[in-house]
Design a protein around this ligand. Structure first.
Ligand code: TRP
Ligand code: SF4
Length: 433
């Protein structure tokens, strides 16, 4: 059966490996050894897949410019799932990335019917404060979609390259879909590509950390990025070929002249393409043509990279959802309440103590263990110990839950204190209440 990744609907992704084959998402494991100081989510295989992330790792390792970008729809309370994306953004910022965060008010307004006033309140109260509290630095950029002229302009430009039929195929849009919803999809693509605009330093690798339900957006945006290119560089056997996609013959002529200026001697120009016979690989030509394209007023976009993380299970089993209060823990939740939710959470424990001692628990089916894994333990040894003690039947769910409940209480108390400090710092981030 075909897996459906639907950003707005319910997703059930039980077998992540399917995503590799069906959608061409690459496995994260292969790239992990190249990362110096990996985030816990990387080490713990919570981040399981990526597209093109090697472009970002290379920039990070060579201290070249790169960016990280993601967005949040201000449509409900921010919970532990949102915290995951925030942590990934902040990790990349700490590792040298220019960081961009969109508060997707245009999406919330057009798709969920939320008023602009509410979008603003929720954007700041829920998302921005927690993002800052978790360590987002003011060198990064937090913006509301509706307030960014650059993003709106780019969205319009991208819309000229997108067709209704493909949006319909990707998102299931029909004649009944409101047009602003379609516009908001273009705005999201613009969010993703605008870190590469000239005003933000031009083309560079950009990573978008998201849940795997957002992959449809990423694929569309990668497509649009390449449609905006004026040239297509391809490696052939023994030479490099350059195709002018939307480039007229003047631009082809200028491109050939540019390549000669840059030292290539065997440059042969045809009507709509150029062959470079003394180029060893496409990489260098690609880079030169990207720069040239930008000089000529083009975008020169690189296809955005992405990271995909596993979703947390809801505390009551099933999907963690902001519309089911008992399934999630909000970052703004009363810490005592949160602790109670943990005490009620679904565990991988057995029917009786005797059985638990005999058979051991099932930590891989336990939402309390998942909380530890995703949020409440940063110590690999400790985690391993919990896992093994559980499996061997030494660990009992009652005490285990108490421990997790205590930790969540502490975390939230501390986080909420940080949020109040963040509130005072909003002006540093250019945000007015
Ligand atoms: N559509 C995303 C959501 O539903 C929010 C979003 C808006 C976003 N712009 C983005 C995510 C850019 C990643 C990148 O949560
Ligand atoms: Fe989960 Fe802890 Fe019970 Fe094991 S002992 S099933 S980890 S709550």
């Amino acid at each position: 059966m075909a897996t459906k990744l639907d950003p707005w609907g319910a997703v059930s992704i039980d077998d992540y490996s399917k995503l590799f084959e069906e959608f061409g998402i690459s496995s994260f494991e292969e790239i992990l050894p190249q990362i110096d100081d990996p985030h816990l989510y990387m080490k713990r295989h919570i981040i399981f897949g990526h597209r093109d992330y090697q472009s970002v790792v290379q920039a990070m390792n060579e201290k070249k410019p790169f960016a990280v970008m993601s967005g949040f729809m201000p449509s409900g309370r921010v919970h532990l799932g949102g915290k995951m994306v925030m942590e990934e953004i902040i990790w990349h910022q700490k590792h040298g990335g220019d960081a961009f965060v969109a508060i997707a008010d245009m999406e919330a307004h057009s798709v969920r019917g939320i008023s602009w006033q509410r979008c603003k309140e929720m954007g700041i109260e829920e998302y921005v404060l927690s993002l800052i509290a978790l360590g987002f630095e003011p060198t990064g950029h937090i913006y509301f979609q509706s307030k960014s002229q650059a993003v709106r302009d780019l969205a319009f430009e991208l819309a000229a390259a997108a067709r209704f039929s493909e949006l319909a195929a990707i998102y299931g849009f029909s004649g009944e879909t409101n047009v602003a919803h379609m516009v908001s999809v273009m705005v999201q693509s613009a969010d993703i590509l605008h870190p590469q605009l000239a005003e933000n330093g031009g083309p560079k690798p950009v990573v978008i950390p998201v849940g795997s339900d957002q992959d449809a957006h990423i694929r569309l945006t990668r497509d649009l990025a390449s449609r905006m290119r004026k040239f297509l560089v391809e490696e052939r056997e023994g030479y490099v070929s350059l195709r002018g996609k939307a480039a007229g013959s003047d631009l082809i002529e200028a491109a050939a002249a540019h390549l000669k200026e840059m030292g290539y001697k065997k440059v042969k120009r045809y009507e709509e393409h150029i062959d470079v016979f003394d180029a060893k690989d496409a990489g260098r030509v690609e880079e030169l043509m990207r720069e040239f394209e930008v000089e000529q007023g083009g975008y020169g976009f690189m296809p955005p990279a992405s990271l995909y993380h596993r979703f947390m299970t809801g505390l009551t089993g099933g999907k963690m959802s902001s519309s089911k209060p008992d399934s999630h823990i909000a970052l703004t939740e009363d810490p005592e309440e949160a602790a109670k939710k943990v005490m009620r959470a679904l565990t991988g424990g057995r029917q009786s103590l005797a059985e638990q001692k005999k058979l051991g628990g099932e930590p891989d089916k336990c939402t309390v263990y998942e909380l530890m894994l995703f949020h409440l333990s940063d110590d690999e040894d400790e985690l391993k110990e919990i896992f093994e003690e559980c499996k061997s039947g030494e660990r009992m769910c009652g005490t285990c839950k108490k421990e997790a409940a205590e930790r969540i209480k502490q975390f939230l108390t501390e986080h909420q204190r940080e949020r109040e400090i963040a509130r005072e710092r909003l002006p540093e981030y250019g945000i007015k209440k």
